[in-house]
Design a protein. Structure first.
Ligand code: F6P
Length: 323
């Protein structure tokens, strides 16, 4: 591999810029040429590709978002789109690709690498932390800290008014943000997509708390919980407990932005560095992850959305500490 392309794809996540920086600087260190592809796979299909220098990634390690922009590309689902993408890489002599994104982006990379002679390396960039083969994904730590900061603020006002707050955090298919931020903020209940939501027992527990005048309660709900998010949970709570002063707060996309945490910058830098090493040493078509603080390489076909195994101990801790 002599010329590397790098792109970000799918939902953005804080730390993507640090990963781009690491890929660019490591490539240049090895004397390789490196090209930025704009707006995910769209830039490959539409030939929006530019040569990057060391200065191209100056002053970005601390910035959220992605300087390469990102998208979910429809054209790349089709063979014709992928062929055009290939031709655009080929004419520049690009013969290795680093894709920073989630499982959807890895599926695209896998298909592309099977059809054409361009090895691909995936870096897990998603706030949801729902990728198999890595303990961390780039952006999760920042997102969860943003959620914690916001929920702490909600607790202040909840406490002042003796209110119940139902707070929705991101996670269409995964409850990691809810679970981590909920435990860290002392939530009474945490509702996540991987578990059946026993709304009756949530109501029973709130009623029991109401009896003993524990009126400040926080419920953290992942947007993808089976009830359909915070609004739906609030509807049932208000119906069953009309006297309770309840409010809903949906944190939304603030969780995707902001300056990346130290952990996200570190893992992004390590993963970006190792992505280039992989291309150089022939470890092709893998996702670079970190497990037990060591680099871990997963074939792209196995780097899919991980189904979270619920740690029963964590759920027990939520219950005991919230009483
Ligand atoms: O995958 C990251 C994520 O933020 C999910 O938690 C969320 O469901 C989804 O992206 C939202 O996507 P969009 O920004 O396209 O609405």
């Amino acid at each position: 591999v002599t010329k590397i392309g790098v792109l970000t794809s799918g939902g953005d996540s804080p730390g993507m810029n640090a990963a781009i920086r690491a890929v660019v600087r490591t490539s240049l260190y090895h004397g390789l040429e490196v090209y930025g592809v704009l707006r995910g796979y769209n830039g490959m299909v539409e030939d929006d590709i530019f040569k990057m220098e060391s200065r191209s990634v100056a002053n970005i390690i601390q910035r959220g978002g992605t300087i390469l922009k990102t998208a979910r590309s429809k054209d790349f689902y089709e063979y014709d789109g992928r062929k055009r993408a290939y031709d655009n890489l080929k004419k520049r002599g690009i013969n290795g690709l680093v894709v920073i994104g989630g499982d959807g982006s890895f599926n695209g990379a896998l298909r592309f690498s099977k059809e054409f002679d361009i090895p691909c390396i995936g870096l897990p960039g998603t706030i949801d932390k729902d990728i198999a083969g890595t303990d961390f994904t780039i952006g999760f730590d920042t997102a969860v800290n943003t959620a914690v900061e916001a929920i702490d603020k909600i607790r202040d006002t909840a406490d002042a008014h003796d209110r119940l707050f139902i707070i929705e955090v991101m996670g269409r298919d995964a409850g990691y943000i809810a679970l981590h931020s909920g435990i860290a903020t002392g939530a009474e209940h945490i509702l996540i997509p991987e578990r059946k939501t026993d709304i009756e027992s949530v109501i029973a527990s709130l009623q029991e708390k109401e009896k003993r005048k524990k009126l400040v309660n926080l419920i953290v709900v992942a947007e993808g919980d089976e009830f359909g998010g915070a609004e739906q949970v609030a509807r049932v709570v208000k119906e069953k407990m009309p006297n309770v002063d309840a409010r809903v707060c949906i944190l939304g996309h603030i969780q995707r932005g902001g300056s990346p945490s130290c952990i996200d910058r570190l893992i992004a830098s390590r993963m970006g560095y190792h992505a280039v090493e992989c291309l150089l040493t022939g470890k092709h078509n893998v996702m670079v992850g970190i497990q037990n603080n060591k680099m871990h390489y997963t074939p792209l076909e196995n780097a899919v959305k991980a189904k979270q195994k619920i740690n029963e101990e964590w759920m027990r801790i939520v219950k005991i500490l919230a009483s």
